[in-house]
Design a protein. Structure first.
Ligand SMILES: [Zn+2]
Length: 231
């Protein structure tokens, strides 16, 4: 079975037998080199470099120029980046500025972008409308928004990825949303590097489809979403 893990992080321990493409995202400057090194040694790794909203406040001055230079020097996507307003103390303007900048890099360099969004759906849609969706593709990972947000993002051609955490038994609202996502724009991920086959099996039960069919569908979708970075 061919499996596509649309979002995970270091340490990337690889997987066993089924061929698995893994999108490995950097979240701050300290891990960008390690993500590139991982991709250089493993042809099944798609590297992404970005500044996660959690790390905007502590990013060293000049990170923008260094990210720009690395993206130009290497065939990688942009992310993980986005907006996370879950914490009271979140510096929303700073997060928005960092996200805008990374969307602009994705536009300028024609790279796909991996988006993190938590309790910031209205602003996410605003910024995507103002900056435009990067034409090389975009996904929102570990999706936790409403069915209305699914429709709005779908109209923009954005892929929606679901993680093991979001499919946990108690998260019935996310289960409903998972059922509402059109199969053409559905992706699945481990996020923490766990067992992708289990994520697929859980999502398949929730959607009422065969796990093999869902694996094949998310594989094809992954290749489409990240086509700019495929060999
Ligand atoms: Zn992540």
């Amino acid at each position: 079975m061919l499996l596509f893990d649309a979002h995970r992080h270091l340490p990337d321990t690889g997987t066993g037998s089924p061929v698995q493409i893994r999108v490995v995202c950097g979240t701050r400057e300290a891990d960008w080199d390690a993500v590139l090194a991982q991709a250089a040694t493993d042809p099944h790794v798609i590297p992404m470099l970005g500044l996660h909203p959690w790390f905007v406040a502590t990013a060293a001055p000049g990170w923008e120029a260094r990210l720009d230079a690395l993206l130009r020097a290497h065939r990688t996507g942009v992310g993980e980046c986005g907006l996370d307003f879950a914490r009271e103390a979140a510096d929303r303007p700073a997060q928005e500025q960092a996200f805008r900048l990374q969307l602009r890099l994705a536009h300028a360099l024609h790279r796909p972008v991996a988006i993190h969004a938590v309790r910031a759906w209205g602003r996410l849609l605003d910024l995507l409308r103002e900056e435009g969706v990067p034409p090389a593709g975009a996904l929102v990972h570990a999706f936790s928004g409403s069915p209305e947000t699914v429709s709005a993002l779908q109209a923009m051609g954005i892929f929606l990825s679901f993680s093991a955490e979001g499919l946990a038994p108690a998260r019935t609202k996310i289960h409903e949303v998972l059922r509402a996502v059109p199969s053409s724009h559905l992706l699945l991920e481990t996020d923490d590097g766990g067992d992708l086959e289990r994520v697929i099996a859980t999502a398949a039960v929730l959607r009422g489809v065969a796990a093999e069919d869902l694996a094949a569908r998310t594989w094809k979708n992954g290749l489409r979403c990240f086509k700019e970075l495929m060999a």
